[in-house]
Ligand binder design. Structure first.
Ligand SMILES: [Fe+2]
Length: 471
């Protein structure tokens, strides 16, 4: 979803000149509302010629993603601790070539659990150091100790202005200091919940256009600190996949799939035709869903039995993976909202057969610890679905990072399943913290504004999310 929810069409000016003025005024109001008194942000330095993104780290390895500006042969030296002159524990060669727009993902393996490392990236020709950074591997706590504290940052809808290709008028994006606010927290993981990039009309009609949009994001000065401050994982939503509210009828999906794999180092082995899988951070299982590859059009009749958002194969996998999981918290992450019954925007509620089948499954299997993360809506909220004899299902929607805000309809504010005081209408991200002994884990989700200041929080425990499941 983008630039929504504008007022109903009947309220909008029909004259083109008046429409332009209206959109400009609306966008101005959105931007002003999003950042009412933020100080001017100093213009960051230009991006480095070599960009590095930290991918997922497990116990013994990490993925590092690199993009240069020309064909090059590089070497990545990895050392224990902070000493940048110590003998490397491993050196990984990297070839950058034009075929992949000078990108490469490398797996740095043979590391030790729970260790901090530093790396330098050198040109083999000039020996000059092109990038430096530090990362840590996950602690091998299983069968040994209590799990570590886990801190996961998450957010959706990251619009970066690109005036040459944007809709004319006032900028839709802003507040990019939020990326540094996330970086300053040094979370264990950053989970991108979709609309991580916004492909424009000039982008999604070609493979090259989608690549160009990804390159724009990767080289944007405001993101450089975040890319190497924490490991990054991502799911996608419509604007990563294709046009606004796109579905499986978009016939550029092969391009967007290829570019997602090119630009996001994958933390799991994806199926050939989609982008879903599970990762483990500490003792938190995160189920990362693909809400676009198999998605029927939103306007398909809601009552149609075949209308699906995730598709039968993915749903079977999700049910099996949740059944298999022993994690105290099982976070299911999707781009679209799962349980908003009153939304007129995209929502799983409009795919009733698939949604209800999944809810029946959760009830019948009495799976503990399940909670949901979503984005896309250009406001944030906490939804709670009550169930008979079982703990309620909780969904946290966090949006937007840097795009504009939606006008929130009255029916959304009075939705009995929207927790009172949870609607947040400003640019924000969420910080999830899981703490405590192995058998008494507790989870807190905070919504934080562009400065990183807490605006809302909700806490629960593994015990609460197990109520009714042991009967
Ligand atoms: Fe979206």
């Amino acid at each position: 979803m983008s630039r929504a929810l504008l007022p109903p069409a009947a309220e909008r000016p029909q004259n083109p000149a008046r429409r332009r003025a209206f959109f400009a005024a609306t966008d101005l109001a959105l931007v002003a509302a999003a950042a009412p008194s933020l100080p001017a942000v100093a213009q960051p330095a230009a991006p480095p010629p070599l960009r590095v993104v930290h991918g997922f780290a497990d116990h013994l390895s990490i993925n590092l993603w690199l993009q240069g500006t020309r064909a090059d042969a590089l070497e990545v030296d990895v050392r224990v601790g902070e000493n940048t002159t110590a003998k490397p524990v491993t050196t990984v060669p990297v070839e950058l070539n034009a075929r992949t727009d000078f990108t490469e993902t490398i797996a740095v393996a043979g590391l030790e659990p729970g260790e901090r490392y530093n790396y330098t990236v050198r040109s083999t020709k000039t020996k000059s150091v092109l990038a430096r950074g530090t990362f840590k591997t996950q602690v091998l706590w299983q069968w040994r100790t209590d799990p570590p504290t886990v801190r996961i940052a998450t957010g959706s809808c990251a619009y970066l202005n690109d005036f040459k290709y944007d809709r004319p008028g006032k900028p839709y994006g802003g507040g990019e200091e939020i990326f540094d606010s996330i970086a300053n927290l040094s979370p264990d993981l950053m989970l991108w919940l979709g609309d991580n990039i916004y492909t424009r009309e000039a982008d999604y009609t070609s493979r090259e256009g989608i690549n160009r949009r990804y390159r724009f994001y990767r080289s944007h000065p405001t993101l450089q600190k975040l890319w190497t401050a924490t490991p990054h994982v991502a799911i996608w939503d419509d604007h990563d996949f294709g046009p606004d509210n796109s579905d499986f009828s978009y016939n550029g999906a092969g391009w967007s799939h290829e570019m997602f794999l090119r630009y996001w180092p994958m933390p799991y082995s994806p199926p050939a035709d989609g982008l879903y899988g599970k990762i483990l951070q500490g003792d938190v299982d995160i189920f990362m869903l693909d809400d676009r590859t198999w998605r029927y059009p939103e306007k398909w009749p809601d009552a149609a039995a075949d209308k699906a958002m995730y598709g039968a194969k993915q749903m079977t996998w999700l049910k099996a993976a949740l059944t298999f999981s022993k994690a105290p918290f099982k976070i299911v992450a999707g781009g679209s909202q799962f349980f908003n019954r009153v939304s007129t925007a995209e929502c799983w509620a409009h795919y009733a057969a698939e949604q209800q089948d999944f809810l029946r499954f959760l009830e019948e299997r009495k799976i503990p610890g399940v909670l949901f993360l979503s984005g896309d809506r250009h406001f944030s909220q906490h939804l709670r679905v009550q169930r008979t004899g079982l703990y309620p299902l909780n969904e946290i929607t966090t949006s937007p990072l840097t795009s504009g805000l939606s006008r929130i309809a009255d029916v959304e504010r009075t939705n009995p399943e929207s927790m009172p005081g949870s609607i947040l209408s400003e640019r924000n991200f969420a910080l999830i913290t899981v703490t405590g002994p192995r058998t008494q884990r507790a989870l807190t989700i905070e919504l934080r504004d562009g400065r990183g200041e807490k605006k809302w929080e909700w806490s629960t425990t593994a015990a609460e999310l197990a109520e009714g499941t042991k009967a």
